[in-house]
Design a protein around this ligand. Structure first.
Ligand SMILES: Cc1ncc(C[n+]2csc(CCOP(=O)(O)OP(=O)(O)O)c2C)c(N)n1
Ligand code: SF4
Ligand SMILES: [Mg+2]
Length: 278
């Protein structure tokens, strides 16, 4: 089956890193030959929060910071869908931060892509939780948070300037979630050329752990030592940082078909309506 994904007209500034993220998503969907009607891309609020408009899949624009619970709801309502949540560092790590802890902990099988540019691009460049110092990054690190939660099984970081690496990571993430293995988290260093142009500085700071001799992404403690060690040198780990490749699909997270059948749940639904109407 040949599937083509034709973007609409993105509203981003020329050179914005988010173009690379969109390209990697479209590449992953095509490489895995997923029919567009089986994919839902949800996004939060921000420049990053418009990516779903540019893909020929189902799309949903969530409330600011609430893309993760919304994506979880989509997955639970129809586990056969491939669900990709996306958003910015402001959306995901500031107002939406609490949900990220539960997404790692709960480990539902969908993808979450965070476009990290160190700023709130849409509202003209205020600092996000990840921004620190002149390098434009070095504050909060979501990969380290993910490593600290034992339920996490897929943690990766790419860079919009390195499209081959990003396409590979995105494809692996979508495959992992589509196979029902668990939550696949991909952070993308995605520079904001207008308010925090970090293409050049990040180019010198990133190190792809996949090219490190002996790096084992199934070793959580070693991964943590590498990411924090690089951070202590002011550098940024990219690549497949954690992968629990043996994790099999977790059937217990998928509700039985009857659970999402509106007819079977009509009485409970009516009860909910009655309770919240007053
Ligand atoms: C409830 C609420 N609070 C604040 C805002 C203002 N606001 C819009 S986008 C945004 C942050 C965007 O930053 P980020 O998620 O990093 O996306 P980027 O634009 O950098 O891609 C904020 C604070 C809002 N829209 N809604
Ligand atoms: S303001 Fe920044 S994040 Fe927003 S579209 Fe422009 S370059 Fe991208
Ligand atoms: Mg941002």
């Amino acid at each position: 089956m040949t599937v083509t994904y034709t973007p609409a007209r993105p509203i981003w500034c020329a050179g914005c890193g988010h173009f690379g993220v969109q390209g990697a998503m479209a590449h992953a969907f095509a490489a895995l030959d997923i029919p567009p009607h089986e994919i839902v891309v949800l996004a939060g609020i921000g420049c990053s929060g418009t990516v779903q408009n540019n893909l020929g899949t189902y799309g949903y624009h969530a409330l600011h910071g609430r893309v993760l619970p919304t994506a979880a709801g989509v997955h639970l309502a129809n586990p056969r869908l491939t669900v990709v949540a996306a958003g910015g560092d402001g959306d995901g790590y500031a107002i939406g931060m609490g949900h990220l802890v539960h997404a790692f902990r709960r480990d539902l099988p969908f993808v979450y892509v965070v476009m990290n540019n160190g700023v709130y691009g849409l509202t003209k460049g205020q600092d996000s939780p990840t921004r620190h110092g002149l390098s434009g990054i070095g504050g909060f690190d979501a990969i380290d948070l993910g490593l600290s939660i034992p339920a996490s099984g897929f943690l990766a970081r790419g860079f919009s300037r390195h499209p081959d690496q990003l396409r590979r990571l995105m494809t692996d993430a979508v495959r992992y979630a589509r196979e029902g293995r668990g939550f696949a988290f991909v952070e993308v260093l995605s520079p904001c050329v207008t308010y925090n142009d970090t293409y050049a500085s990040w180019e010198h700071l990133v190190e792809d752990v996949d090219t490190r001799q002996g790096y084992d992404p199934s070793d959580r403690a070693a991964a943590f030592a590498v990411t924090t060690g690089l951070a202590a040198e002011g550098r940024i780990a990219t690549g497949q940082i954690l992968l629990d490749a043996d994790r099999s699909p977790r059937e217990e997270t998928v509700p039985a078909a009857a659970d999402v059948d509106p007819a079977a749940n009509a009485a409970a639904y009516q009860d909910l309506l009655d309770r919240y109407r007053v």
